[in-house]
Design a protein around this ligand. Structure first.
Ligand code: PNS
Length: 177
């Protein structure tokens, strides 16, 4: 039987535990899952494309059928290049539905053979979004349990460059010992 390749497109700025939850669920039902970060020149993201890629690669290291990639242009064209038959998207609440429905139907219009599959993340992540994580972190709140520890650390470094310097110094000292 033909392998089912799915893509999971998004901005992932930053990747959250909600994304990770969905990746884990997707990896269990698709033969191959490609987490595809949109290269969007218009937006000014908090994390660069390569930072997001590195974080997602580290987060998904243990899933052998999951890869991380970047793309630009239309999602349907990217899916075609990969021979992917499925676009995976998460739906958290009714409020997501309208936007997701619009996107899924537009993608279907552009490429009728590409199927969008929606999955629900665990309920503890149903209110979680990258935008809220950025906002909370930027205003000094805790994002513990909302993002992996490594993302938490990167957020701290991003928002307080002094922490990054300290971290680099510690790593250097540890290497010398
Ligand atoms: O994480 P996001 O920002 O909700 O992801 C949105 C994304 C990347 C899935 C969407 O913007 C997208 O598919 N962009 C690629 C351009 C495209 O294909 N546009 C038409 C889709 S309706």
């Amino acid at each position: 039987m033909k392998k089912v390749i799915a893509i999971y497109p998004g901005s992932f700025d930053p990747p959250t535990n909600g994304h990770l939850d969905l990746i884990e669920r997707g990896s269990k039902i698709f033969d191959q899952l490609v987490v595809a970060i949109l290269r969007n020149a218009e937006k000014s993201p908090l994390f660069s494309l390569s930072e997001r890629r590195l974080m997602l690669e580290a987060m998904t290291e243990s899933f052998k059928n999951v890869q991380v990639d970047t793309f630009d242009g239309l999602t349907v064209d990217y899916a075609a290049r990969l021979n992917a038959r499925v676009v995976l998207r998460g739906i958290r609440a009714i409020s997501d539905y309208e936007y997701e429905l619009q996107m899924a139907l537009m993608n279907r219009k552009l490429q009728p053979d590409l199927e969008t599959v929606f999955m629900m993340p665990a309920e503890q992540y149903s209110y979680l979004s990258s935008r809220l994580v950025r906002e909370v972190a930027q205003l000094g709140g805790s994002v513990k349990d909302l993002v992996p520890e490594m993302v938490e650390q990167r957020l701290r470094e991003k928002l307080d460059p002094a922490i990054k310097l300290e971290h680099a110094r510690e790593t250097k000292t540890r290497k010398r010992v």
